[in-house]
Design a protein. Structure first.
Length: 163
């Protein structure tokens, strides 16, 4: 197959994956969250109800700012971005802890938002919603810590199968 044929096949596959992923994510959003998307993200945040934003709604809104990439590229971008953004949080914390810089809460929240953006991008590259990631994490933590956190349970890791 020539370069044009290969390019055409890749373009069709990317378009099909994007259509499946966007349809799949939209189907997972509740009706109320779809209404939020229609009103627009800015209006939603300015309404003072920004704290009501579910993980799946956030992911749907954030994905509109994602660069069109093949899944492998998207995952690489997401993981490298996560490392960079966590590094920014760590640098600010280090300056606060060791150099006496005042802790800038707004800066930390902004950088945490960037971490969340790259995390949702990684999830989307795997065709998983943040809601699913959160649900599975809570289930894992419930197995690991049935009553509450303890160092013993952390070491035992009851949620992991050992051979």
């Amino acid at each position: 197959m020539g370069n044009l044929g290969t390019t055409l096949v890749i373009a069709v596959l990317v378009a099909a994956c994007a259509a499946l992923a966007s349809g799949w994510l939209a189907a997972k959003l509740r009706v109320r969250e779809l209404e939020v998307m229609e009103r627009g993200f800015t209006e939603f945040v300015n309404s003072g109800r920004g704290g009501d934003l579910s993980l799946d709604t956030y992911q749907g809104l954030a994905m509109r700012t994602a660069k069109a990439q093949l899944p492998r590229e998207a995952m690489s971008h997401a993981l490298l971005g996560l490392g960079s953004e966590v590094g920014e949080l760590m640098t600010h914390w280090k300056a606060h802890l060791y150099y006496g810089r005042a802790l800038d809460r707004e800066y930390m929240v902004k950088e945490m938002g960037d971490v969340l953006w790259f995390l949702q991008r990684a999830a989307a590259a795997m065709l998983v919603t943040l809601g699913e990631v959160g649900t599975k994490n809570v289930a894992k933590l419930q197995l690991r810590y049935p009553h509450k956190y303890s160092d013993e349970a952390a070491l035992a890791r009851a949620d992991e199968v050992r051979s």
